[in-house]
Design a protein around this ligand. Structure first.
Ligand SMILES: C[S@@+](CC[C@H](N)C(=O)[O-])C[C@H]1O[C@@H](n2cnc3c(N)ncnc32)[C@H](O)[C@@H]1O
Length: 200
């Protein structure tokens, strides 16, 4: 049986509201770190104009592939192995990239590689949507996020809740600018960056 995340069931509705608007003009979406595949199944079913490409680390791919085989709609592609450290990513150019709850799990070098990979994979125009907890001006937005950060670092010192400003700097270096920062339930955010249409 594929793995199951209660958090995905709770947050998929609010995230879908944001994606419905942010990805209205997109056709192809690359998801990084698809996990259980619950988001991919839900969003692909609700947004049939999109071709949704889930990805995962190769060691986590089997249960994801199983959920998508059992529950996926025709616009949900079979998942592929993708580690953000790979260069280049094994994908064709896409209109949008989505990732949930990944940047606080990855070490900082992986976060840098995430934005480098997004910069290379996104076409013009392009959209990047990232869901998760973030710090602002060096401060957590809640005590629960501060506690979560401590728990993450005790488990893996390279992980941790990321500073929005540092992520925005990496996004800018990849040719993206912040379009929206949505408050989400449970002290999470959905950050939306865009790359304008046009030349180089
Ligand atoms: C907390 S889980 C989130 C899964 C799912 N997106 C969700 O919201 O439930 C973090 C995910 O990031 C993936 N991940 C960690 N390091 C990665 C890397 N270097 N490249 C790609 N994915 C990575 C993990 O395999 C895991 O599925």
């Amino acid at each position: 049986m594929p793995a199951f995340s209660e958090a995905c069931e709770r947050n998929r509705g609010p995230i879908l509201e944001v994606l419905t608007r942010a990805l209205a003009s997109s056709r192809s979406v690359l998801e990084i770190g698809s996990g259980t595949g619950q988001h991919a199944v839900h969003f692909a079913a609700a947004l049939p104009h999109l071709s949704w490409q889930p990805t995962e680390l190769s060691c986590q791919l089997a249960p994801l592939a199983e959920r998508i085989r059992l529950e996926g709609t025709p616009n949900l592609r079979a998942p592929i192995a993708l580690d953000v450290h790979e260069h280049p990513w094994p994908v064709a150019p896409v209109d949008a990239v989505f990732s949930a709850n990944t940047l606080h799990i990855m070490g900082w070098s992986a976060v840098r590689d995430f934005f480098r990979g997004v910069g290379a994979a996104l076409g013009r125009p392009g959209v990047l949507c990232v869901y998760g907890p973030f710090r602002y001006h060096g401060e957590h937005t809640s005590q629960s996020n501060a506690d979560f950060d401590r728990w993450l670092k005790a488990r893996d010192p390279a992980s941790g809740v990321r500073d929005f400003e540092a992520l925005d700097e990496l996004a800018c270096a990849a040719g993206l600018s912040l379009a929206a920062d949505h408050a989400m339930p449970a002290n999470n955010r959905t950050l939306v960056w865009q790359r304008p249409p046009g030349g180089a």
